[in-house]
Design a protein around this ligand. Structure first.
Ligand code: FAD
Length: 407
């Protein structure tokens, strides 16, 4: 399928808008909420919630540029501040899960309230457990049918926006649980647990290296009851076939990543670009010009470094847009989403470390945000599948090996 890498004109217009927003609303408070880790940035939150009145959620499918626009928006806003981006009231990863596995009725029911009316709301997705992260199939949280309800029991850790999504009315947490442990992956389903549901308890929030403006929660589910119709996708359990690449039961839940990995890749690109822009501005200020058109053997070490940073960033961005565009066209993008995520996670880690290195004490000092971007960058190589796991997925898809054959 021929894919143009240029975003549509209305996407470029949106890019300018989000860039201004990042510059004016996020950068000025970036350091404050890095230092005050668990404080809610209410002014920013209310501003963004109010904005969502006039911005209908972008469509993830269809002939337009909808999903590329989501990625462009993520890049711009994470250029502003990646932690604050994760604080924006929205269905977030919970929305990706509902979008990937939910019916139209469920999409309307759970995402409808995210319209800028009333009080701000958040969504979250809780997969990770003390004994299951990379190996999502190992989750032990259970969902047991009881009359018209599912009863959930288990512990979820490292849940982004889990505090806000489980606390403020109208929000929800998508919880992964098994309905039948003997069915392996085939028994894993996702359930929408509305904020305030009895039995869903917030235990606390992590103190972190980076993206400190975002909340990362531990949640306990203790006889937590949700209506039967809060199960996303089919309740049917299909026994996993270890010789096949993927199986129906697990597939719906895993499809969430096809939408969420391009967004995380775009977020990474945003942080990397923040650091690179700063380096270039500083070099210009010091009278250093980067000669993009000079032969490589004539370049200074600094010029080579900057050009390599640009190349890394652009490669990550193009892979990201490709995976997003494929989703727009209804194409399976599982391989491309993992490629984009693996490339972007590594690229941004390298770019931000190089920025600190090139700027020396200025990069290391808290007088600028460069050291913060280095801390904010690393998470992109960890959540939504680590670097190693995304490389594993790429290898499996290229070689057509199942997860049991290549692990
Ligand atoms: C700030 C933050 C926010 C998060 N937000 C969310 C969220 O919103 N929802 C959610 O569900 N989870 C979230 N997570 C959890 C995150 O997705 C997991 O931490 C991540 O998937 C890694 O899983 P793990 O913690 O079990 O690490 P492990 O799987 O124990 O990984 C440890 C190391 O081993 C490597 N490794 C593991 N298996 C293999 C393999 N087969 N081959 C090669 N190397 C391997 C990993 O790459 C990693 O380097 C978040 C984590 C953090 C830190």
């Amino acid at each position: 399928m021929p894919i143009s890498f240029e975003p549509a004109a209305n996407t470029t217009k949106a890019q300018d808008f989000y860039h201004r927003l990042a510059e004016e609303q996020m950068r000025p408070i970036s350091r404050k909420y890095d230092v005050h880790e668990h404080e809610m940035p209410w002014e920013f939150v209310r501003f963004m919630w109010d904005r969502s009145k006039s911005t209908p959620p972008a469509r993830l499918d269809g002939p337009d540029d909808g999903f590329v626009k989501v990625c462009v928006q993520a890049e711009e806003l994470c250029w502003g501040d990646a932690g604050l981006y994760l604080r924006i009231p929205s269905p977030a990863l919970g929305g990706s899960a509902v979008g990937a596995a939910g019916t139209n009725e469920q999409k309307l029911r759970f995402m409808g309230p995210f319209n800028g009316e009333g009080e701000p709301k958040w969504g979250a997705m809780a997969i990770t457990e003390p004994g299951a992260g990379s190996d999502a199939a190992a989750i032990t949280t259970t969902a047991t049918a009881d009359g018209d309800e599912w009863v959930l029991n288990g512990t979820k850790i490292f849940c982004t926006a889990g505090d806000a999504a489980s606390t403020y009315p109208g929000g929800f947490v998508v919880v992964w649980a098994t309905v039948d442990k003997s069915a392996g992956r085939g028994g894993i389903k996702s359930f929408v647990v509305p904020a305030g549901t009895p039995g869903m308890k917030l235990v606390g929030c992590e103190k972190k290296l980076g993206i400190r403006a975002s909340d990362t929660a531990t949640l306990i589910l203790e006889n937590c009851r949700v209506p039967k119709e809060n199960l996303l996708g089919s309740a049917e359990v299909k026994k996993a076939d270890p010789t096949k690449t993927g199986d129906k039961g697990f597939k719906g839940a895993m499809a969430t990543f096809d939408a969420s990995r391009p967004i995380v890749a775009a977020m990474a690109v945003g942080v990397g670009r923040a650091a690179l822009d700063f380096v270039k501005e500083e070099l210009t200020r010091q009278g250093v010009t980067v000669r993009y058109d000079a032969p490589r053997h004539e370049l200074t070490a600094i010029e080579r470094d900057v050009i390599d940073m640009e190349a890394e960033l652009q490669a990550a961005r193009l892979l990201t847009w490709r995976s997003a565009k494929m989703l727009n066209h209804g194409k399976r993008n599982n391989l491309e989403a993992s490629m984009a995520k693996a490339k972007a996670g590594l690229a941004v880690t390298k770019i931000t470390q190089k920025a600190v290195e090139l700027l020396g004490p200025l990069g290391y000092s808290q007088k600028t945000l460069v050291e913060k971007w280095m801390r904010d960058a690393k998470i992109n190589d960890i959540y939504e599948g680590t670097q190693q796991i995304n490389q594993l997925i790429v290898a499996r898809r290229i070689l057509d090996y199942s997860s049991s054959l290549l692990r």
